[in-house]
Design a binder for this molecule. Structure first.
Ligand code: ZN
Length: 165
C-alpha cells in the first residue's frame, strides 16, 4: 500500500518505495501455486490530475509442483512494471489500474505482473523426465520392430487379430 498524499501534492516529484505485498494462491492448469510475500521496489510519481505512475520491479518465490514428476518445487519469478493508477477510476474495470483516497494498493499490480512472468510449467530441475521414463520404456518394442523392417504397429495389429479368432 503506497501512501500517495504527499506525492499528489507535489506532481512531478519522484518518491521511492519498497514494499512487501501478499497475494492469494492461484490455481493454474490444475496446480495450486502459492507465493511468498512479493518484494516490490521502485518509484512513484503523480501528475497534475492526481493520477499516480508506479515504476519498478518485483520478485517472488512461487511454490508449485514439477510438471513431469509432480514433486514439490519452486520458481523465482521476477518482472518489471510501469503502470498509471487513475485517481477515482472504476475499480471494476480490468483494463485500468485505479485508486481513491490517498492509498494505492499494489495487490492487483503484483498479481498481474507475476502471472505475466510465471513459467508455463514448473520443473524440479532442468531436464527432469519424471513420468516420461515409463512411456519411453514402453516405446522400445515398437522401435525394434521398426528396425526389422516391419510396420511399427504391425505387432499391435497381430494382437488384435488374435483377439478376434
Ligand atoms: Zn521433476
Amino acid at each position: 500500500m503506497l501512501d500517495v498524499a504527499e506525492c499528489t501534492r507535489n506532481p512531478g516529484t519522484q518518491y521511492r518505495f519498497e514494499e512487501e505485498q501478499a497475494i492469494a494462491p492461484q490455481r493454474i492448469t490444475g496446480d495450486e501455486i502459492t507465493f511468498d510475500p512479493v518484494r516490490m521496489q521502485g518509484y512513484f510519481e503523480a501528475d497534475e490530475d492526481g493520477n499516480v505512475t508506479v515504476d519498478g520491479s518485483l520478485a517472488v518465490l512461487a511454490h508449485g509442483h514439477c510438471a513431469n514428476c509432480l514433486s514439490e518445487t519452486e520458481s523465482m519469478v521476477e518482472g518489471s512494471f510501469r503502470e498509471t493508477f487513475m485517481r477515482d477510476g472504476d475499480p471494476e474495470d480490468d483494463e485500468i489500474f485505479s485508486y481513491s483516497g490517498h492509498e494505492v494498493s499494489l495487490e492487483k499490480l503484483a498479481l498481474t505482473y507475476i502471472m505475466l512472468n510465471l513459467p508455463m510449467r514448473f520443473l524440479c530441475r532442468e531436464g527432469c523426465v519424471g513420468l516420461l521414463t515409463y512411456a519411453q520404456g514402453q516405446a522400445e518394442p515398437l522401435t525394434q520392430k521398426d528396425e526389422s523392417g516391419r510396420f511399427p504397429f504391425a505387432g499391435l495389429k497381430d494382437l488384435l487379430g488374435e483377439d478376434h479368432v
